[in-house]
Design a protein around this ligand. Structure first.
Ligand code: ADP
Ligand code: MG
Length: 283
């Protein structure tokens, strides 16, 4: 199994290039996150959510941010989305600094209530296309229909969100995001609130969508198994405040080999990384 694991983030990035993956030195990252420190100012004190986190996402990656609850995964995603300004470090998308939200970065959340309850499924999918004016108005209807077809919800185009199961609502949210043809799809634990069987089905659907569209994904989860199934590369983060522990190549792990010993070995190695305490603490 050609897994790349090291304990040090800087070495890992060097490793990644050296180990002869398809990437070359010439390839520039689609998204580069450089020494990102994120903080929240509350009434009494400052909370450091992440400490100097760096990573690079390349076109077509399924890049996972993996770490325990509270380690700053959502904060990182919000910063990439342009909703949270870093106190230190920077973010570039296609070599342009990220300073605000934009239609090139669409977000899918964990919550089932992210759809507009008073609009039909199809109108929900069409809505960001309408307000962003990203596409000519006459194309929007057809684009919404195509996107719903991709997640197998054509029959539910005229239904309202309250008529759908949790899994179906998440598929609508994914269709809505994909319809915008974002440069990168940001997903914050999108399946965490689903039952185990639906969750597994959704993970496989995401892989199918990726195979069909090639959309670059930045996917947050606290489940090692989900990270290995969905991801091509995994950034392992330490507990609060989040720092990079390692980067892992997950290309050899898939839904079809979950029970295999290489998959289980990789699972254990990541588990050890998540629970090891060798990293220096941020102040
Ligand atoms: P994760 O998504 O990995 O669970 P978060 O990014 O949500 O972690 O949170 C990281 C840290 O920042 C946590 O300690 C959390 O309590 C804190 N935090 C998150 N959002 C806010 C906020 N709006 N105000 C203050 N602290 C926050
Ligand atoms: Mg979160």
């Amino acid at each position: 199994m050609a897994a790349v694991i090291t304990g040090d983030a800087a070495d890992t990035r060097r490793d990644w290039r050296d180990r002869g993956s398809q990437r070359t030195e010439m390839m520039t990252p689609l998204l580069s996150v450089d020494a990102l420190t994120l903080q929240y100012q509350t009434q009494d004190h400052i909370i450091t959510a992440t400490w100097r986190v760096s990573f690079e996402v390349f076109q077509g990656d399924r890049f996972i941010l993996l770490g325990p609850s509270g380690c700053g995964k959502s904060s990182l995603l919000k910063a990439v989305g342009g909703f949270l300004r870093p106190v230190e470090g920077g973010i570039k998308l296609s070599d342009q600094p990220v300073r605000q939200p934009g239609p090139d970065r669409m977000m899918v959340f964990q919550e089932f209530d992210q759809l507009l309850g008073w609009k039909t499924v199809k109108a929900n999918v069409a809505y960001p296309m309408k307000v962003s004016r990203r596409f000519p108005p006459e194309e929007i209807d057809e684009r919404a229909a195509q996107s719903l077809a991709k997640v197998n919800l054509t029959k539910f185009a005229d239904a309202y969100p309250h008529m759908l199961s949790g899994g179906m609502k998440q598929r609508v949210a994914i269709a809505r995001a994909l319809a915008m043809e974002p440069a990168i799809l940001l997903m914050d634990e999108p399946f965490a609130a689903l039952d185990a069987l639906t969750r597994r089905a959704m993970q496989e659907e995401v892989l199918e969508l990726w195979a069909e569209t090639g959309t670059t994904m930045l996917f947050v989860t606290h489940s090692i198994e989900e990270a290995l199934i969905v991801g091509s590369r995994i950034l392992v983060l330490s507990p609060h405040p989040g720092q990079v522990r390692a980067e892992v190549d997950a290309n050899d792990c898939s839904p079809s080999n979950i029970g295999s010993s290489p998959f289980q070995a990789m699972h254990r190695r990541i588990e050890n990384m998540l629970f090891s305490r060798h990293l220096e603490r941020a102040p």
